[in-house]
Design a protein around this ligand. Structure first.
Ligand SMILES: Nc1ncnc2c1ncn2[C@@H]1O[C@H](COP(=O)(O)OP(=O)(O)O)[C@@H](O)[C@H]1O
Ligand SMILES: [Mg+2]
Length: 281
């Protein structure tokens, strides 16, 4: 099971949209998918459960971080979500500060508990996608310690440089996490909600000048990948369905679908998950 963590400091850049849509796309291609919602906003949990065909595990991400849950029954669904709840942030903060009866630090139990859950999920799923809250808190650092890949959606806005810097350097950056998770791979920054406006073009030029474009997601031919801003993507998220499903009756979804599919297939390819199964979309 490949573990992909989707993160970005800033809210609204499309983390939840990417997680839900990539999960539905991967499942439609025949992959067994587990989605782990770490965000106390529970947007991913509710979006996936609004639609059809998603099984919900009978415990929450908070419980997984807090307790060492053994003998998990993952059921027989090939599309499953581990839902978040509103107590996740406070639980993780407590957990990271924890000491045992002798005053010994046991704050890394959260990482061990999450790893223990992942080990049990390993044989049941091909892909686990973790959605994170905005910001960079303990819950994300714990999840990065267990992940194989990180993907970071960005918007071409004036604040995007801050999020880029946080992931590339600094105390909770990918190089720092690699000190205890050496296998962690950064798939890159993925521009989302892209529009051909002068403002977005200017920000992209600034990024080129700053030298950060080398950390952006590219396809096999080295072309920059991105997702356009489309009302259809907002609508599919509101309804909890896949873009492919919506494309059956919506022309805007139909025109956006090839671009979005190309991005998703490229991401799956980078994780060596080129699905061999039937495409049900
Ligand atoms: N490419 C896009 N085009 C149009 N709307 C989008 C796009 N990506 C995301 N959205 C919408 O923008 C809002 C914020 O996206 P979301 O995925 O919730 O961001 P995050 O999880 O990073 O906070 C949601 O309403 C979502 O449906
Ligand atoms: Mg979100």
């Amino acid at each position: 099971m490949k573990k992909l963590l989707v993160t970005m400091m800033k809210g609204g850049t499309g983390k939840t949209m990417l997680v839900c849509q990539l999960a539905r796309h991967a499942h439609a291609k025949g992959l067994r998918v587990l989605v782990v919602d770490i965000d106390d906003q529970m947007n991913t949990s509710s979006c996936l459960l609004r639609g059809e065909g998603v099984q919900k595990l009978p415990f929450s991400t908070t419980q997984v971080y807090r307790d060492r849950i053994a003998n998990i029954d993952f059921g027989d669904s090939a599309f499953t979500v581990l839902c978040s709840d509103s107590t996740i942030k406070s639980t993780i903060t407590e957990q990271m500060m924890a000491t045992d009866a002798n005053g010994e630090y046991i704050g890394d139990n959260a990482v061990h508990n999450l790893s223990h859950f992942m080990q049990q999920a390993d044989q049941h799923f091909d892909l686990c996608i973790l959605d994170t809250p905005s910001g960079m808190d303990h819950s994300i650092v714990c999840a990065m310690a267990c992940a194989d890949y990180v993907l970071a959606p960005i918007e071409f806005t004036p604040e995007c440089m801050e999020g880029i810097t946080t992931l590339l350097s600094g105390p909770r950056s990918i190089p720092t996490i690699r000190e205890f998770n050496p296998g962690l791979k950064f798939l890159g920054f993925l521009p989302n909600k892209v529009e051909a406006t002068e403002k977005q073009k200017a920000i992209m030029n600034d990024l080129i000048d700053s030298g950060s474009m080398g950390s952006f997601v590219c396809d096999d031919q080295g072309r920059l990948l991105s997702i356009p801003k489309r009302q259809a993507l907002l609508q599919v998220q509101a309804e909890g369905i896949s873009l492919a499903e919506f494309a059956k009756n919506n022309s805007q979804a139909r025109s956006a679908l090839p671009t979005v599919r190309r991005v998703f297939d490229s991401l799956l390819g980078k994780m060596t998950l080129d699905a061999t199964g039937e495409d049900h979309e």
